[in-house]
Design a protein around this ligand. Structure first.
Ligand SMILES: Cc1cc2nc3c(=O)[nH]c(=O)nc-3n(C[C@H](O)[C@H](O)[C@H](O)COP(=O)(O)OP(=O)(O)OC[C@H]3O[C@@H](n4cnc5c(N)ncnc54)[C@H](O)[C@@H]3O)c2cc1C
Length: 353
């Protein structure tokens, strides 16, 4: 039986950056991912200014060309909200962090390619199609129970630390909090995205990203932007709203008001999310990225995930090496600026219709 220093559940930006930090420090890491890679993720796929800096700092340079789609760049000034009376008005997607400003030229990427590139850069071994189902952390090691998608077999991996980087609907978080269903009565938000080949953009801003706050169509932001030859449309609602109807209404608005025409339908995707309170885990089971509640409104989550994931990995490495302070304490101390920024974004940004 192989003993890993760390097993990471989830191969999104948080999991891969956590794995990278640990591998760079010479520790053994295994990433477990329930989907087959490269996997799609419901996301607009925009790297904001802070994210680009983190990519360069943690990965040593930009992602390779195949990760980007055209238009590769989206200027912050071309991200606008549409108001029926005033026309296009500014819509802010990223604010300064502790007084630091970031590039206002954003990058348009394919999430499946970006996330797989991040994972490959980490140098960690991984198993895809492998879902973390349970864990047992009662001794000094953690036993992680998984189920594989192809053969439906169960197996167990043993490690010193388990990191839950398994996103908003985190199994690891749920298991840690099994006795306190803190989110049971909270409102859940649903996101739904459709991809259609662009017929014509009509009068929509070319190379832009247009946001609508229309309670008659969705409970939070609707948005539309282009990726390669596809128009990506997002609608959002609280539990219970029929988002396929919302999408049809949104398409109708885009064609009647802007003259947009749609080509062939490619695919739909969706997910449920909650604004989770911060919870970074306990003892030798830590949480990072969205699983820990790290996200900057308005859905600028890749940077929060990368940054918290990397710091989580570094904190575990320091604790494993020194045997002194607990990894959880080191991780918490090191994330104070991220926590402040989560709070600042929550109070200063708006996305509800
Ligand atoms: C509609 C929408 C648009 C968005 N647009 C942007 C954007 O343009 N820019 C931006 O910065 N952010 C955006 N975000 C936010 C961003 O996508 C997330 O915040 C980010 O992906 C979080 O990263 P993560 O690594 O924490 O989790 P994730 O990226 O969700 O990765 C978690 C991984 O864990 C895996 N997993 C889950 N459960 C298990 C399990 N039990 N066992 C093993 N693996 C498991 C999942 O399959 C997944 O691969 C958007 C979000 C939404 C909903």
């Amino acid at each position: 039986m192989q003993l890993y220093d760390v097993v990471v559940a989830g191969s999104g930006p948080a999991g891969s950056c956590c794995a990278k930090a640990l591998k760079d420090e010479g520790f053994s890491v295994l990433v477990l991912e329930k989907e087959f890679l490269p996997r799609h993720k419901t996301c607009s796929g925009v790297l904001f200014g802070q994210t680009q800096e983190l990519v360069r700092t943690y990965l040593g340079g930009d992602a390779p060309p195949e990760v980007y789609c055209s238009n590769k760049y989206v200027q912050a000034d071309d991200i606008c909200e549409w108001d029926d009376e005033r026309g296009y008005i500014p819509y802010t997607w990223e604010i300064d962090k502790d007084g630091k400003k970031f590039s206002r030229t954003y990058q348009n990427i394919w999430r499946n390619k970006f996330d797989k590139w991040l994972l490959d850069q980490s140098g960690a071994g991984y198993r895809d199609g492998t879902r973390v189902k349970a864990f047992d952390s009662s001794g000094s090691f953690v036993k992680v129970h998984v189920q594989t998608a192809r053969s439906n077999e169960s197996s167990v991996f043993t490690c010193k630390y388990l990191v839950g980087a398994d996103g908003n609907d985190s199994t690891v978080r749920r298991l840690l909090r099994a006795q306190t269903p803190e989110s049971a009565q909270r409102q859940r938000l649903a996101s739904f995205q459709s991809y259609y080949k662009v017929g014509s953009l009509g009068s929509l801003k070319k190379d832009g990203w247009t946001v609508f706050l229309r309670p008659d169509i969705g409970d939070y932001i609707l948005c539309v932007h282009q990726k390669d030859e596809y128009l990506v449309m997002h609608v959002g609602g609280v539990d219970g709203r029929n988002l396929r109807d919302s999408m049809e209404k949104f398409k109708e608005l885009l064609s009647s008001r802007f003259g947009v025409t749609f080509g062939e339908h490619w695919r739909d995707e969706g997910c449920m999310c909650e604004l989770l309170p911060i919870f970074m885990g306990k003892e030798n089971v830590l949480l990072t990225g969205e699983a820990a509640g790290f996200i900057y409104l308005n859905c600028e989550g890749i940077s929060a995930a990368m940054d918290s994931g990397y710091r989580c990995g570094k904190a575990i490495a320091r604790s494993l090496r020194s045997g002194g302070k607990s990894a959880k304490d080191l991780y918490t101390e090191d994330c104070q600026d991220i926590l402040r920024h989560v709070e600042k974004c929550l109070t200063q940004m708006h996305f509800l219709a």
